[in-house]
Design a protein around this ligand. Structure first.
Ligand SMILES: Cc1cc2nc3c(=O)[nH]c(=O)nc-3n(C[C@H](O)[C@H](O)[C@H](O)COP(=O)(O)OP(=O)(O)OC[C@H]3O[C@@H](n4cnc5c(N)ncnc54)[C@H](O)[C@@H]3O)c2cc1C
Length: 388
């Protein structure tokens, strides 16, 4: 058959793009190498709980068009992300707000909190200036940056261990720019996000993506590299599948460096390992969907209790421990490492992609950029518009 578009990846980007092109009267075929749709927002139902298989996903946006768009495919609940941080035997609310400061220092008012943070930060800056023998202060690493912004208590208890686990490196060996700001909220507000709209699709993300893909042919368990005819590591033109289907254009949402056979080098990622436990005899394990563990000695960064995303009250629960991991070839690439070295390499791949004007690259792997879900929907809508 002759299709206008081959869409590689049935994640959120591929699904929205496929739907929008179909709506414009184009013929589309979607393939995904996984046996499931929805990419990393895939949820699977067990024990009447929607398990976020590839990590906790909370939809949040200030983009009204995007919010209206996703609400056409799912009803969203009123979930507000309010994570809790555990440091040794102490519990703190996140993001850093008056509840956090009150618990840390036994104070009540914003002015008391501001004074303590300023005093601690100033003390660290003076110490570092005198150690460096300079009059002006510039942070040389992430530790210095965080201490100069938040003071020692917040850094030691809530930033240091968590960040070191996330990056697999000591804060002294991490660049300062990773933490440009440490947002402090001087109100008693535990809502993690500042966005206007927030929630979880009732019934899970897979059901939402299923609806987006309604009426579109999706082949799962189908790897692009086995599906299309390749010539010198690139798709043969006209784009043709091994079975003889032809395609006018390709939207590729997999890894851009892999698409080009890594000929310019390999882009790096941080990976994650998830350890999920079904607890049929425990109804409420931690009382919150997301609990962060900020001590370095605890190897995971957080525990997710999935039922709380949808206010579940049934029997049993399911939890997932999230362990940051070094990425090696073949591992799941979760977070692009958008440092100078990798961004420069990506720019060269982007340049190379210009030689293939009929191949579009989309999503977090195709564009090598960390995108939240709302940004993915926005990008996919914009791309479909520019395709006409
Ligand atoms: C741990 C974690 C937590 C997150 N939490 C949030 C959150 O709370 N809120 C939020 O807004 N965003 C969150 N995100 C971001 C969110 O996951 C992404 O925005 C979204 O999943 C990206 O969609 P995508 O379609 O670009 O990529 P993906 O979901 O990765 O989809 C790409 C698809 O392409 C397929 N594919 C790749 N290569 C091939 C190939 N060769 N052949 C066929 N198919 C292929 C893959 O199998 C995959 O299904 C989080 C991300 C992570 C990693």
């Amino acid at each position: 058959m002759n299709y206008d578009y081959l869409i590689v990846g049935a994640g959120l980007f591929g699904a929205v793009f496929a739907r929008e092109m179909k709506r414009r009267g184009k013929s589309v075929l979607v393939i995904d190498k996984r046996n499931t749709i929805a990419g990393n927002i895939y949820t699977e139902k067990r024990m009447d709980i929607n398990v976020h298989k590839y990590g906790a996903h909370i939809f949040h946006t200030s983009d009204r068009e995007v919010w209206d768009y996703v609400n056409d495919f799912a009803e969203f609940n009123n979930y507000i992300n309010s994570p809790v941080a555990v440091y040794k035997d102490e519990l703190y609310n996140l993001p850093f707000n008056m509840n956090t400061f009150s618990r840390m220092w036994g104070i009540k008012t914003p002015s008391e909190a501001m004074a303590i943070i300023k005093e601690q930060a100033d003390k660290e800056i003076s110490r570092m200036k005198s150690e460096k023998g300079t009059d002006s202060f510039t942070a040389d690493n992430l530790e210095e940056q965080a201490l100069s912004l938040a003071g020692r208590d917040i850094y030691e208890k809530l930033v240091k261990g968590y960040t070191e686990k996330q990056w697999g490196r000591d804060c002294k060996d991490l660049p300062a720019f990773i933490i440009k700001r440490l947002p402090m909220r001087y109100t008693y507000d535990n809502n993690y996000f500042n966005d206007r709209y927030q929630g979880i699709p009732i019934g899970g993300y897979t059901a939402m993506v299923e609806k987006i893909l309604d009426g579109i042919t999706v082949l799962t368990g189908c790897d692009y590299y086995e599906f299309v005819q390749l010539e010198d590591g690139a798709p043969k033109t006209p784009f043709t599948s091994v079975k003889g289907d032809t395609f006018g254009k390709i939207l590729f949402t997999g890894m851009i460096d892999e698409f080009f056979g890594y000929r310019l080098g390999t882009l790096e990622y941080r990976s994650l390992r998830f350890e999920t436990q079904d607890l049929p005899d425990v109804d409420n394990y931690q009382g919150n969907a997301v609990v962060n563990y900020t001590e370095r000695e605890i190897p995971y960064t957080r525990i997710i209790e999935h039922k709380h995303f949808e206010y579940g009250t049934g029997k049993g629960t399911i939890i997932t421990r999230e362990y940051p991991a070094t990425w090696n070839h073949g591992d799941e690439p979760y977070y692009p490492m958008n440092d100078d070295k990798n961004n420069a390499l990506y720019a060269r791949y982007k340049e190379l992609a210009k030689e293939y004007p009929d191949v579009l690259f989309g999503g977090r792997l195709g564009q090598y950029k960390y995108y939240n879900m709302d940004q993915i929907v926005r990008e996919a809508l914009d791309m479909s518009r520019s395709e006409g």
